[in-house]
Design a protein. Sequence first.
Length: 399
Amino acid sequence: MTRELQHRSVDTDSAAAIAPQTALFVRTVARSWKLILGCTLLTTALVTGLSFLLPNWYEAEVSAVPATQALSPLESILGGTAGILRDLGVMRLGMAAREGYNFLVILESRRLKDSLINRFRLWELYDLPDTARDRIHRALEDDFSVRYELNGNYVVSVLHKDPRIAAEMANAAISIANTIAAEVRQTESGQLRQYLEQRLAQLDATLARLADSLQRLSRRTLLFSPLDQAQAAARALVELKAQALHQQILTEALRQAYGPSDPIVQAQQQLLNELAQQVRRAEMQPGLVGNFPLREAADVGLRFLQLYAELETHQRVRSLLLSSIEQARVDEQRTRPLLYVVDPAVPPQLKARPKRVLIAAGSFVGSLLLTLLGLLAWQRWRSLQALLQQRDGSPTTSA
């Protein structure tokens, strides 16, 4: 309880000590208002006058939009062939190229800024040597900005002392960006073309191997049209079996009528045996369909059809790759811009900086605060001097 009372007494004494100081400061300000106002106005006038010595900078803006359906070279080439070419490994490129890139990468690239520096001799604008590229780049970064609007357009802003050059620089930035983007697109298309040509060479080798295997199989088995040959073999076998069955019925009827020892019956039995032997030869020996037994026709025909299907598939893919390679070659030579200017930059009529009104207002507020702080420091110094004089004079008074 005693400590709490002590703290309260200390706070009361501090407030009592501060209150006279505040009142004294207010009285000092009231007495010195003319000095304060004069210093503030003088400083404001001096700073404002110096601001008129600063050069005027003008800002020009250009707005551009990317080309519609700006697909990557792979997407524009493959189109509907993605499902067929996926098995060949081509779509591995597609998954990486589908994401594309943002034009801010190009618009804010060092190469674009170097082109602007060289074309407009910006070292003269910043009063720097031509070799101090890092310092020129840092200075240009303050005067060159790119932003991406929610509507999907890119806005390039350029500051320059000459309004005409500011507009020329903004428009040149879009032109340079299109040149860089075209080179990037051509490089991408060239890499894709080389990859497709490599795949085409591999595909040609596979086609040659399949064609050789099919040719050797056809030469060995004499099979060249499985379906047609199978139909012809079936008709021949059916006809042969029908004749054998008819001969069997006729021979049995004659045997029942004349007996087995009759010469006519024996002749018919011999003819029946020959027909049965022909049926067995057709089923067990090669010659009816090709150079293979009829019982092996399914295996041989299936192998032939497998090779033929692979050959047809690779030939179809080869035709698609040929068209894709031609499209890649066209993309390498394409000069269509990727950014189209919507609002070209025009020489601005009003300066962008310096903001002399803001400079004057800031200097007025700043000088006023500094003057008040100086007056407060002077008052504290006067109070400290008076306190020291009182302490020095107190022993003399007591004596």
